[in-house]
Design a protein around this ligand. Structure first.
Ligand SMILES: *Cc1c(COP(=O)(O)O)cnc(C)c1O
Length: 409
């Protein structure tokens, strides 16, 4: 045995049983019903192959690396200029957002790592606001950083459209996470709501972390894709994006974090201001050596006309599944949310069921796998999440099987 001081906060983490419990139940079901085809509507991962233009860019970058002229060693920790410039032009300037410059963009191996890593530059005495149900990474990374007692869970309910606002706060927050479009509820924060949060942050000296990993799923032209569409946000918000859901990069790994130059901070009790971007740059250059060149070329291909078209086709495919689920379920009399501008449908379980008992019921009756909402927080109790990331054929059959069940109520 090694006697050594550990980060005591790791011992405060609750073990996460959600996906292991699901897997165990599915396995037991399959053993008892070997001939029944189990349909999975629980997956939070993409299933379509990478778009062809991405594969072509990868291939040619691989070939380049095998030549004397094309070989690249360590790249810039922040990402290659070709990608940062493309991101800035396509995701920001072309959308009318001019407060962002390529220097504000930090290419990374994905949104999950950035979400956790960003806490490196922040102090421990922060009160942190998350919505409940929540993407568990926001909570667990804050627990690891010693903030278990400083996490405020804001109920995301039918009453607030599953996106809580600052008007509902009963205490001041220093750090706020917003995930929009939301995992797990599929809700999207309106421009007006985001403006309220930005105003709150500026009035209360709070930092906003805006996770827009599902931005590409927004169809409604009135809904914001970026926090930087909101005036004043460049002085209080960090945006985290990913190619995972937008372009199928969950296995390839690439995303980026935006820290605007205008985001200046002063440590509490001090007058000297420092640039948050500079701190993040210092963190990244010390602890990170950049994303593989070939992966950054693959990400660049997402922005070519062919890349855009191929990604849009994949998103349209998943969105067709979401529509099928949403419409099918609401026609059966269920209360369903999300599914319009997100790949998730959030379903209220019928009276008399809990998240887990309805999960069991769907598995036992129709061999359908879903995700119990209670796994994302107490306010997720009474809901299940359905994912649109499966195949159209599976989604269609799932809806048919659901139709064979008695209608709710
Ligand atoms: C899938 C997902 C991401 C993307 O994470 P990567 O690490 O980039 O794959 C980020 N945020 C949320 C809420 C997600 O569901």
């Amino acid at each position: 045995m090694l006697v050594i001081t550990l980060n005591p906060h790791f011992l405060e983490l609750k073990p996460s049983y959600l996906f292991t419990d699901i897997a165990r139940k599915v396995e037991a079901y399959q053993q008892n019903h070997p001939d029944r085809r189990v349909l999975k509507l629980g997956i939070g991962d993409v299933t379509l192959p990478l778009p062809q233009p991405v594969i072509e860019a990868l291939n040619s970058a691989v070939a380049e690396m095998g030549t004397a002229e094309g070989f690249r060693g360590y790249g810039p920790e922040q990402g290659y200029a070709f990608l940062r410039e493309k991101i800035c032009a396509s995701d920001y300037h072309q959308r009318g957002i001019y407060c962002i410059q390529p220097e504000d963009i930090f290419v990374s191996d994905g949104a999950k790592s950035d979400t956790g890593n960003f806490l490196d530059v922040l102090g421990q005495q922060l009160t942190v606001g998350v919505s409940d149900p929540v993407y568990p990474v926001y909570v667990d990374t804050n627990i690891m950083a010693g903030r278990a007692q400083q996490i405020v869970r804001l109920p995301a309910t039918d009453a607030n459209g599953y996106q809580p606002g600052p008007a509902e706060l009963t205490q001041d927050l220093d750090l706020i996470y917003i995930c929009s479009p939301n995992n797990p509820t599929g809700s999207v924060a309106s421009r007006a709501l985001l403006q309220q949060w930005v105003d709150y942050c500026r009035q209360h000296q709070a930092l906003l972390i805006f996770d827009s990993a599902y931005e590409a799923f927004i169809s409604d032209p009135g809904l914001p894709h970026s926090i930087y569409e909101i005036p004043g946000s460049e002085t209080c918000a960090v945006e985290i994006r990913s190619y995972s859901k937008k372009a199928g990069f969950t296995g390839l790994r690439c995303g980026y974090t935006v820290v605007p130059a205008a985001l200046m901070v002063a440590a509490e009790g001090q007058t000297e201001t420092v640039s948050l971007r500079q701190l993040w740059n210092r963190r990244q250059t010390t602890k990170f050596n950049g994303v593989p060149y070939i992966v950054q070329r693959a990400a660049e291909a997402v922005y070519t006309p062919e890349g855009q078209q191929a990604c849009a086709a994949n998103i349209a495919y998943y969105k067709r599944n979401a529509t099928l689920l949403k419409n099918g379920l609401s026609q059966m009399g269920y209360s369903v949310y999300g599914g319009s501008d997100a790949p998730y449908v959030w379903l209220k379980v019928p009276a008399g069921f809990s998240s887990w008992s309805f999960f069991d019921y769907l598995l036992e009756q129709q061999a359908l796998v879903t995700t119990p909402g209670s796994g994302f927080g107490n306010y997720g109790e009474g809901y299940i999440r359905l994912s649109a990331f499966g195949s159209y054929e599976v989604t269609q059959e799932a809806v048919e099987r659901l139709q064979q069940l008695p209608r709710p109520d």
